[in-house]
Design a protein around this ligand. Structure first.
Ligand code: PGA
Length: 251
């Protein structure tokens, strides 16, 4: 049994004023129904502390959008996993395609970050997914296999049970183009089959989220698929009503 998980990825958005407003709306619009599933938001680092206080009365958990792989030291501009844990974060998104394409993060770096996040008792959300040209070139499966084996290279089956995977086809992120429920389900089933080969029966406990233009009107159909265990929501998570509607669609 895999409890559904909906995660809002706020990316680099929101002034202090806008963030306070969004947090307030989330806490006001939070419905009893929402308590049935796990929900988290991942604000920018600078907003984590106010988010922690503002969401105290809800069951919304906190996550960060990235971290570094070292515990401390001369790594200007980076944030250690333990710093996030200390602020009350439960989750950390790692290897998002924007980190990979804009900031040059490799599978190897993602695997090191994954190891340190687990050591700090954070739950890593590892993002994988193919680009448009990889999909049209029939390379989707090869890309997913490579990303899974290299990004998860530092962990064993015991650790794998603590990891969340997010399948985010790059062509669907922020574009309004969503994978159809069938396309997403078949990628998720493929990912789970590979996890099964690597980690055995633990694979049936690993949550695989779908991300890429999830909105209130397409969430229900996607989340009804057997291997889609939740969503990683970008744009729509910046609107409290839309985000809550997606959460409700998952219940
Ligand atoms: P989107 O972003 O929902 O805006 O497509 C998803 C993500 O990048 O995690």
């Amino acid at each position: 049994m895999r409890p559904k998980l909906i995660v809002g990825n706020w990316k680099m958005n929101g002034t202090l004023k806008e963030t306070r407003k969004l947090l307030f709306q989330l806490s006001v619009e939070w419905t009893p129904k929402c308590h049935d599933i796990e929900v988290a938001v991942c604000p920018p680092f600078t907003m984590l502390l106010i988010a922690k206080h503002a969401l105290d009365e809800t069951s919304i958990k906190l996550g960060a959008q990235n971290c570094y792989c070292e515990e401390k030291g001369a790594f200007t501009g980076e944030i250690a996993p333990a710093m996030l844990a200390e602020l009350g974060c439960t989750y950390v998104i790692l290897g998002h395609s924007e980190r990979r394409t804009i900031f040059g993060e490799t599978d190897n770096l993602v695997s090191k970050k994954l190891r340190s996040a687990l050591d700090a008792k954070l739950t890593p959300i590892i993002c994988i997914g193919e680009s448009e040209s990889e999909r049209t070139g029939n390379e989707t499966e090869a890309v997913l296999l490579r990303q899974i084996s290299e990004s998860l290279a530092t962990i064993n089956a015991n650790d794998a049970a603590k990891v969340v995977i997010a399948y985010e086809p790059i062509w669907a992120i922020g574009t309004g183009k969503t994978a159809t429920p069938d396309e997403a389900q078949s990628a998720h089933a493929f990912i789970r089959a590979d996890l099964q080969k690597k980690y055995g029966s633990i694979a049936s406990d690993i949550r695989i989220l779908y991300g890429g233009s999830v909105k209130p009107d397409n969430a229900r159909a996607l989340l009804a698929e057997p291997d889609i265990d939740g969503g990683l929501i970008g744009g729509a998570s910046l609107d409290a009503s839309a985000f809550i509607a997606i959460v409700e669609a998952a219940t």
